[in-house]
Design a protein around this ligand. Structure first.
Ligand SMILES: Nc1ncnc2c1ncn2[C@@H]1O[C@H](COP(=O)(O)OP(=O)(O)OP(=O)(O)O)[C@@H](O)[C@H]1O
Ligand SMILES: [Mg+2]
Length: 496
C-alpha cells in the first residue's frame, strides 16, 4: 500500500486530508512540525510527502533538503500565494510539485497520483534496471511500424486504470533504419481531465435543458393565462352567469379581445336585466285591469240585487277596464314589433302642415271634452320625407299626453318648422310639467311620474317609450324640456 506523509501544523487540515487520502486507498502518516516529519521519515517507509512550508521547528524547505540528502522520495509542497515557487520546485530544493493554499483536495490527490506515477514510470537514472529488456523482442505495433520506416503513436491500457501512449520513431543512417526509439508516456492525467470536462459538459447540458423547460413552461403560462381566463368566462356565461368580466391590462390583440368580451358581456347583462324588468312590469300592468274586472264581475255574480241600473254601472266599469287592457296589449304589441325591427319605415315626401292638421282634427274632441285649447303653427310650407303613419302615431301620443296632463283652461300647441336643415316638430302645453328628476325617465317603459293620477287617466306608461322607439326607427331624435307648474315641450328633429 502506498504511504503518504502529510506534514502541516494545521491540525484540522491534516485531519481532513488524511481522511480523503485514506478513502483513495493510501496509508497516511502525519506530522505537525518539521522535526516530527524528519523523525517519521527516518523510521517509516514513506512513498510521498505532502509538506507545508510554514512549519514550527524545522520549516518545510529545511525538511525538504533533509529528505533529499537521504532519498528521492517525491515531495509535494503546500505553498501560500506569493512564495517563490521556482525555488521550491526547482533544482535547489528538488520538490516534485506544489499546490497553492487554499487548495482543492481533488486536485491535490490528482497531483499525488501523477507524481507517484512519474516516480514509478520515470525512474531516476541510478534506479533504472535494464535487465528485463535483455534478450527480449519488442513486438509492439508502434515498434514494428517504426522499423518499417514510419513514426507511429498509439494509446494502450495497462491493467485496469493505467493508460499510456507509445510513440516509436525510426532512427536512420544513410536512409536505412538502424533502430527505433520508443517513448512510453502515462496519459491518465489527460484522460482524467477529459472525463472531468465531459462530466461538466453533461451537467451543464442537463441544467440548461432543465432551465429551458422551466422557462418555456413559464412563458407558455404567461401566454395562455389570458386565453384560459376568457374560456372560463365564456363557459360561465354559457351557464347564464352574465356578470363575467376579464382583466384588460395588455395592449395587444389579447387585450383587445378581452375588452370586446367585456363590452359584449355588459351589453348582454343589461339586455337581460331589461328583459326581466319588462316581463315583471308587463305582467304587473296586465294583472291590474284583470283584477278589477274579476272583482267587478264577482260582485255582480254574488249580489242578490235585482236593480238593472246597478248591473249597467258595473258593466260600464268592466267595459272601461277592458278598454284599458286592450290599449295595454295594443301598446305592448306595437313596442315589441318596433323592437324586433319588424316594422318597416316607408318614407315619402309629405306636406308637414297636412299631417299636423290631421292630428289636431283627430284630437280636437278630447281637447274640447277637457276644456283645453288645441292650436297649430306651421312656419313655411315644409315638405319632408316622412313615414306618415309612424309620425301620426308619434304626434297622437305626444298630444294625448299634453291634453291629459294639462288642467282645464290650458293650451296645447303643435308646431312645425325647418331649422338648420332639419324638420322640427314640437308639442308644447301649459300643463303641470315634469319634475327635473323624472325627465330622463319618462321615455322608459311603464314609467309614470304620478302613478295614482295616471292610473285614473288610464295611462299605461308605454306611450313615450313607443314614441322614442318610432322616432329612432325614423332616424330622428326626441328631447323634452319642462318647467313644473308652467308646462312641457317635446321636440322631435328629423334630418333629411
Ligand atoms: N305633457 C306632459 N306633461 C306632464 N307629464 C307628462 C307629459 N307627458 C308625459 N308625462 C309624464 O310621463 C309619463 C309617461 O308618459 P307615457 O305617455 O309614456 O305614459 P302614460 O301617458 O302614462 O300612458 P300611455 O301609455 O297610455 O300613454 C306620464 O305618466 C306622465 O307622468
Ligand atoms: Mg301617454
Amino acid at each position: 500500500m502506498t504511504t503518504v506523509l502529510v506534514v502541516d501544523d494545521e491540525q484540522l487540515l491534516v485531519k481532513g486530508l488524511k481522511r480523503s487520502l485514506e478513502q483513495e486507498g493510501y496509508k497516511v502518516l502525519t506530522a505537525h512540525d518539521g522535526f516530527a516529519a524528519v523523525e517519521v521519515f527516518g523510521n517509516e517507509k514513506v512513498d510521498l510527502i505532502v509538506l507545508d512550508i510554514m512549519l514550527p521547528g524545522l520549516n518545510g524547505l529545511e525538511v525538504c533538503s533533509a529528505v533529499r540528502r537521504e532519498k528521492n522520495t517525491p515531495i509535494i509542497m503546500l505553498t501560500a500565494k506569493g512564495e517563490d515557487v521556482d525555488r521550491i520546485v526547482g533544482l535547489e530544493l528538488g520538490a516534485d510539485d506544489y499546490v497553492v493554499k487554499p487548495f482543492n483536495t481533488r486536485e491535490l490527490i490528482a497531483r499525488i497520483r501523477a507524481v507517484l506515477r512519474r516516480a514509478q514510470t520515470g525512474p531516476r537514472e541510478e534506479d533504472v534496471d535494464e535487465s528485463w529488456l535483455q534478450n527480449r523482442q519488442l513486438r509492439h505495433r508502434e515498434v514494428v511500424s517504426a522499423l518499417a520506416g514510419s513514426s507511429t503513436a498509439g494509446f494502450h491500457r495497462l491493467g485496469d486504470n493505467e493508460r499510456v501512449m507509445y510513440v516509436a520513431v525510426p532512427v536512420r543512417q544513410d536512409k536505412a533504419v538502424q533502430g527505433v526509439v520508443m517513448l512510453v508516456v502515462g496519459v491518465n492525467d489527460i484522460y482524467e481531465t477529459l472525463n472531468q470536462v465531459a462530466a461538466r459538459m453533461i451537467l451543464v447540458s442537463v441544467l440548461s435543458a432543465l432551465l429551458a423547460a422551466v422557462l418555456s413552461l413559464a412563458l407558455a403560462g404567461v401566454f395562455t393565462r389570458p386565453v384560459n381566463r376568457l374560456t372560463r368566462a365564456v363557459r360561465h356565461m354559457e351557464q347564464g352567469r352574465l356578470d363575467q368580466r376579464v382583466p384588460t391590462r395588455s395592449e395587444d390583440e389579447l387585450g383587445e379581445l378581452a375588452r370586446a368580451f367585456n363590452s359584449m358581456s355588459s351589453r348582454l347583462e343589461q339586455t337581460e336585466r331589461h328583459r326581466r324588468e319588462f316581463i315583471a312590469n308587463a305582467s304587473h300592468e296586465l294583472r291590474s285591469p284583470l283584477s278589477s274586472i274579476k272583482a267587478l264581475s264577482q260582485a255582480l255574480v254574488d249580489s242578490g240585487e235585482k236593480d238593472p241600473a246597478m248591473y249597467r254601472e258595473y258593466l260600464r266599469d268592466i267595459d272601461s277596464e277592458m278598454d284599458r287592457l286592450n290599449r295595454l296589449v295594443e301598446n305592448l304589441l306595437q313596442l315589441a314589433r318596433m323592437e324586433e325591427q319588424e316594422l318597416q319605415v316607408h318614407k315619402e315626401e309629405q306636406e308637414v302642415a297636412g299631417v299636423v292638421i290631421h292630428v289636431a282634427d283627430f284630437m280636437e274632441p278630447l281637447a274640447a271634452a277637457r276644456n283645453v285649447r288645441l292650436t297649430t303653427a306651421v312656419s313655411g310650407r315644409p315638405v319632408w320625407p316622412l313615414d306618415r303613419d309612424l309620425v301620426i302615431r308619434v304626434l297622437f301620443n305626444l298630444v294625448d299626453n299634453a291634453i291629459r296632463y294639462t288642467p282645464a283652461g290650458g293650451e296645447v300647441r303643435i308646431e312645425a318648422e325647418v331649422r338648420r336643415r332639419e324638420l322640427v316638430l314640437r308639442v308644447r302645453d301649459t300643463g303641470e310639467g315634469i319634475p327635473e328628476a323624472d325627465q330622463e325617465h319618462v321615455f322608459d317603459r311603464f314609467y309614470r311620474v304620478d302613478k295614482a293620477r295616471s292610473m285614473a287617466t288610464g295611462g299605461t306608461g308605454l306611450g313615450l317609450a313607443i314614441v322614442r322607439q318610432a322616432v329612432g326607427l325614423h332616424g330622428g331624435r326626441i328631447t323634452v324640456e319642462s318647467i313644473p307648474g308652467k308646462g312641457t315641450a317635446f321636440e322631435i328633429c328629423f334630418p333629411k
